[in-house]
Write a protein that binds this ligand. Structure first.
Ligand code: MG
Length: 366
C-alpha cells in the first residue's frame, strides 16, 4: 500500500520475526531508519551469511524486540500498523496506544486479551484505533453512516471456513492439511486453523465487543460463504449498512492508513457486469461450539478473553504438530476457560499472568 502512495508515507521502522529475506527486500526498497528481526536464530543466520553485506544502507538492524516500545513512542511516528499474530503483539500495540498514535490494528488478540484496558488508555491518550481485520474495518466504515449511540446491532460475517455444512461427527477426522485449505482467504497457519474451527469468529466477537463498545447481545454472526459483505451495522431505524468488496486485505490495510480519506486502491474491484448471488445463513452452534465460547467470553469479559486466546494459541500449535485432533482444539479451550479463576477487573499484570497460566494448562491438557 505504501508503494502505491510513496508521496504520503515514509517507512520509519519495519519488523519481522523469521522472514529475513522479505525483510531485506523491504529494507532496500523503503530504507527505514531501523528494522527488527526478532528471532535470534534468524538474526544469527542472516548476519553470519557470507553474502550478507554487513550494512543495510542506513538502516539500523536490531535483534531484540526489547527496544521496540520506545521506538514506537518516538515523536516521528504517526501510524503504527501492528500485525503480529497472537498475544505476542500486545506490548507493541499497548506502547502505540499509550503514546497516542494512530494504530492500524491487525493484531486482534491484543483486544481479545486486554480490550477494556486498551480502549480506556486510547480514550485518555487520543490514540485512534482503526481496525485492519476485514470485518471490523467494515463495521468501522459502516459506523461513519450514523451515530454510535444509534447503533442497534452489529453483524459479523463469516465465510464458514472449509467445513461449512459439516457436522461435528464429520469433523472428527479432520487433518491439518484439510484445515489449512480455506475457500476464500489466503492467510497464515494460525488464523487459517482458527477459521476452520470458527475460533477466529469467537476472537472477532470479543474484539468487536471492546472495539465498538457494544454488549455481546448487540453482536450477531451470519454465515456468508462469498466473503463479499464484510459485516453489517443495523441502526435504530432498522436500516442496515454494509461494506462490500471482493475479499482482498489491501483495502482494509489502506483504509486504516488513509482514514478518513479514500484513495484509489490496487485491490480487486467489484465487477458490476456479472450476475452475483449472495447467501446469508445462520451459523450452526452445535457444529461450531467455538462461537458459543466467543459469546460467553464477550459477555463475562475480565480474564475470559486472555484465557480463551492463550489456550487456543497452544491448542492450534498442538493440532498442527499432530498432538491433538481437530475437534479437541475447542474442547481444550472450553475446559480451561471453565476451570480458570475468573477476575472481572484484571490489571495488565494479572492478564499476563492469566495468559501464562492458561498456556501451561493447555500444554498439559489431554
Ligand atoms: Mg477477520
Amino acid at each position: 500500500m505504501i508503494r502505491q502512495h510513496r508521496d504520503r508515507f515514509q517507512v520509519l521502522g519495519l519488523t519481522a520475526h523469521r522472514s529475513a529475506a522479505l525483510l531485506q527486500e523491504q529494507i532496500s526498497e523503503f530504507q527505514p531508519k531501523w528494522a527488527l528481526l526478532s528471532s535470534s536464530t534468524a538474526f544469527q543466520e542472516l548476519v553470519s551469511d557470507p553474502n550478507f553485506p554487513g550494512q543495510l544502507g542506513n538502516t539500523e538492524l536490531i535483534a531484540s524486540s526489547e527496544s521496540l516500545p520506545e521506538r514506537l513512542r518516538s515523536a516521528e511516528v504517526d501510524i503504527v500498523l501492528t500485525a503480529v499474530v497472537g498475544a505476542a503483539g500486545l506490548p507493541a500495540t499497548w506502547a502505540a496506544v499509550d503514546a497516542g498514535k494512530r494504530v492500524a490494528l491487525a493484531n486482534k488478540e491484543a483486544l481479545v486479551v486486554a480490550g477494556p484496558l486498551i480502549m480506556r488508555r486510547a480514550a485518555e491518550t487520543g490514540a485512534v484505533i482503526v481496525p485492519v481485520d476485514s470485518e471490523h474495518s467494515a463495521i468501522f466504515q459502516c459506523m461513519q453512516a450514523g451515530r454510535r449511540t444509534n447503533v442497534r446491532r452489529i453483524v459479523l460475517t463469516a465465510s464458514g471456513g472449509p467445513f461449512r455444512g459439516w457436522t461435528r461427527q464429520e469433523m472428527s477426522q479432520v487433518t491439518p492439511a484439510m484445515a489449512m485449505n480455506h475457500p476464500t482467504w489466503k492467510m497464515g497457519p494460525k488464523i487459517t486453523v482458527d477459521s476452520a474451527t470458527m475460533m477466529n469468529k469467537a476472537l472477532e466477537i470479543i474484539e468487536a465487543r471492546w472495539l465498538f463498545e457494544v454488549t455481546s447481545e448487540q453482536i450477531s454472526v451470519v454465515i456468508h460463504p462469498q466473503s463479499l459483505f464484510h459485516s453489517f451495522v443495523e441502526y435504530d431505524d432498522g436500516s442496515v449498512i454494509s461494506q462490500i468488496s471482493p475479499p482482498d486485505m489491501k483495502l482494509p490495510i489502506q483504509y486504516a492508513l488513509t482514514f478518513p480519506e479514500r484513495l484509489p486502491c490496487p485491490c480487486r474491484q467489484f465487477d458490476w457486469t456479472q450476475t452475483a448471488c449472495f447467501e446469508l445463513h445462520p451459523p450452526d452452534f452445535d457444529a461450531f461450539p467455538a462461537l458459543r465460547l466467543g459469546f460467553e467470553a464477550a459477555t463475562r469479559g475480565g480474564t475470559c478473553g486472555a484465557v480463551l486466546n492463550a489456550a487456543n494459541e497452544v491448542a492450534v500449535d498442538r493440532f498442527l504438530n499432530g498432538e491433538l485432533r481437530f475437534v479437541q482444539i475447542v474442547q481444550l479451550v472450553e475446559e480451561i476457560l471453565q476451570s480458570h479463576r475468573f477476575d472481572a477487573h484484571p490489571s495488565m499484570a494479572a492478564l499476563l499472568q492469566t495468559d501464562a497460566w492458561a498456556r501451561e494448562e493447555a500444554v498439559r491438557w489431554n
